[in-house]
Design a protein around this ligand. Structure first.
Ligand SMILES: Nc1ncnc2c1ncn2[C@@H]1O[C@H](COP(=O)(O)OP(=O)(O)O)[C@@H](O)[C@H]1O
Ligand SMILES: [Mg+2]
Length: 530
């Protein structure tokens, strides 16, 4: 190397510069070294020496990477080999070479940003290379963490179909997360990132509402929730739910909006389909209810039809009396002198018998009534004796011995009286029917009502009839199951529905002897036991 003689003034200045360079370099946390053409250390600062774990003087003359390799061992790190290759390039081109270099220190991987800078003499010739290494490990880790969390967020948004956005009022700039671009079906390059560009993607019918909401929030700072439709570039329409807030600047002034947007098209479609099917179900249920009510009415009418003979008898008897008494009254009045006392006795009998006939008709009308279920609180014995008034004549006509036993102090129930009478009527008529062909034994039907357990009453209708055709006994409750030529097979089905809708049970059981017992329970009204 040619060393030109320097004038003393310049020499001192140069020494000063050299001195300040050294003290600066010794105090910087950055790694600083001077390397010759072969990549050998001419100088290393204390930060670098500290990292190498050697006094700086011992590093001089060693090639770049050799000393550090002794710490990382066994081989020289690849990044340092690459750095070495940068040195001839600096000499050849005079340009700064910049590289990242990882130093795999045991238990403490460090990353450096390394710059190789040409060092020139007064003539401008490159004489050395200055190495400046800055520890960027922290920054790198922070960057990695940020990248990871961005990736996680992006992935989470993709899965949840939720994107976030930001609108900066000051620059009229809109920032979208990747999921928002996906949601709107827009490439980042095709989106002008202004509020107007965002509005233009919204369904024309919803645009004004969205703009108004944004304006409102910019004015009052209140958060908002909004649903609107967007039109994808292909024309597809999707529904977005948006939740947004105002962004406030340091002095509280509103500088923009921030929020999330979720594509709810599918969940909305699902909800619509669910609602539609619920509506269909409700309609079907309603139709079923109507059909059931109609069947109930038919079954009830048939039951009463079966009783027609008895009913006619019940009504005829008082009517015959009415006629007889009316004739008597006329006779007493036509007598000379008229016997008013006898006439009025006859007239009172007419009134009594008329009322009797009217009561029978009223009972039948109640039974045939086609109304909604109305539950009242009453004692079962009343319902039973009411029914007996209709059944006794029928029992006589069919030559059936009808016995009724009701336990004293029977607790009251809350029930639909007409429906319960319908159940009793059906069970009793079935029992009568079962006795039709029985000649070899007493023809008996017993109705019993008694409390069972603390919370229910039980009614049993027992007959000595033909019995059930065989197990399963429950088959008789199937709809349209009948063994009668004119049977409908709905009586027991309806009866069971009625009892179960009252919270009770209805079942059949063959007797020890001939015949079968139908039993039902009803929960008693708590009021009375309390
Ligand atoms: N007490 C009974 N004894 C024998 N069989 C019965 C009795 N009650 C009901 N059944 C049987 O159950 C069937 C269904 O009864 P139900 O549902 O009332 O319809 P229906 O009386 O119109 O036949 C009857 O046809 C009969 O075969
Ligand atoms: Mg029946």
């Amino acid at each position: 190397m040619i060393v030109k003689p320097m004038p003393p003034e310049a020499d001192r200045r140069s020494q000063d510069i050299q001195q300040s360079f050294l003290s600066l370099s010794e105090h910087l946390p950055d790694l600083i070294a001077r390397l010759d053409r072969d990549g050998r250390y001419c100088y290393a600062n204390s930060a670098l020496a500290g990292l190498a774990g050697r006094p700086a003087a011992q590093m001089v003359g060693h090639r770049l990477g050799e000393v550090l390799a002794q710490r990382t061992s066994p081989a020289i790190p690849d990044d340092f080999i690459a750095l070495r290759e940068g040195i001839p390039r600096v000499f050849a081109t005079g340009e700064t070479v910049e590289r990242e270099a990882g130093l795999p220190l045991p238990g403490d991987e460090r990353i450096f940003n390394v710059r190789l800078v040409p060092e020139r003499d007064e003539s401008g010739a490159i004489v050395n290379v200055l190495l400046i290494g800055r520890d960027i490990t922290q920054r790198k880790r922070a960057e990695d963490a940020l990248r990871n969390s961005e990736r996680d967020l992006n992935e989470a948004q993709r899965v949840a179909k939720i994107g976030n956005w930001r609108f900066d009022l000051r620059f009229n700039s809109v920032t979208w997360s990747a999921e928002l671009y996906r949601m709107f079906g827009v490439q980042a390059a095709d989106f002008a990132r202004t509020y107007e560009a965002f509005l233009s993607r919204i369904h024309p019918d919803d645009r004004v509402r969205v703009a108004q909401t944004s304006a409102q929030t910019l004015a009052d700072g209140k958060s908002f929730q909004l649903e609107y439709r967007i039109v994808l570039p292909g024309g597809e329409i999707r529904t977005i739910r948006e939740i947004g807030n105002a962004i406030a600047g340091p002095e509280g002034q509103i500088t923009g909006l921030f929020g999330t947007a979720q594509d709810i098209t599918e969940s909305r479609r699902g909800a619509d389909a669910l609602r539609a099917s619920e509506r269909r179900f409700a309609r079907a249920e309603e139709q079923l209810g109507q059909a059931r009510a109609e069947l109930t009415r038919v079954a009830r009418a048939m039951l009463v039809g079966e009783l027609a003979t008895s009913i006619a008898h019940e009504v005829n008897q008082p009517l015959t009396c009415v006629v007889t008494n009316a004739e008597a009254a006329l006779r007493w009045l036509a007598a000379d002198p008229p016997n008013f006392v006898q006439a009025s006795t006859a007239l009172e009998r007419i009134i009594r018998d008329g009322n009797r006939a009217a009561a029978v008709v009223a009972r039948i009308r109640i039974l045939l009534k086609n109304g909604k279920s109305t539950k009242t609180r009453f004692k079962l014995d009343i319902a039973i004796s009411d029914l007996l008034a209709l059944m006794e004549g029928e029992a006589r006509r069919r030559q059936v011995e009808l016995q009724v036993r009701i336990a004293p102090d029977l607790p009251a129930v809350i029930a639909d009286r007409v429906q319960l009478q319908q159940v009793l009527l059906n069970l009793t008529v079935n029992a009568f029917d079962a006795l039709d062909n029985v000649q070899d034994r007493p023809r008996q039907v017993e109705i019993e009502a008694e409390p069972v357990g603390p919370a229910s009453v039980q009614v049993c209708v027992r007959d000595s009839g033909v019995g059930l055709a065989g197990p399963p006994w429950d088959r008789v409750f199937d709809a349209f199951y009948t063994t009668k030529p004119d049977g409908l097979g709905m009586g027991l089905t309806i009866s069971r529905t009625i009892i179960e809708s009252h919270g009770g049970r209805l079942w059949a059981q063959p007797n020890q002897g001939p015949g079968v017992s139908f039993r039902f329970t009803l929960p008693i009204d708590d009021q009375i036991t309390a």
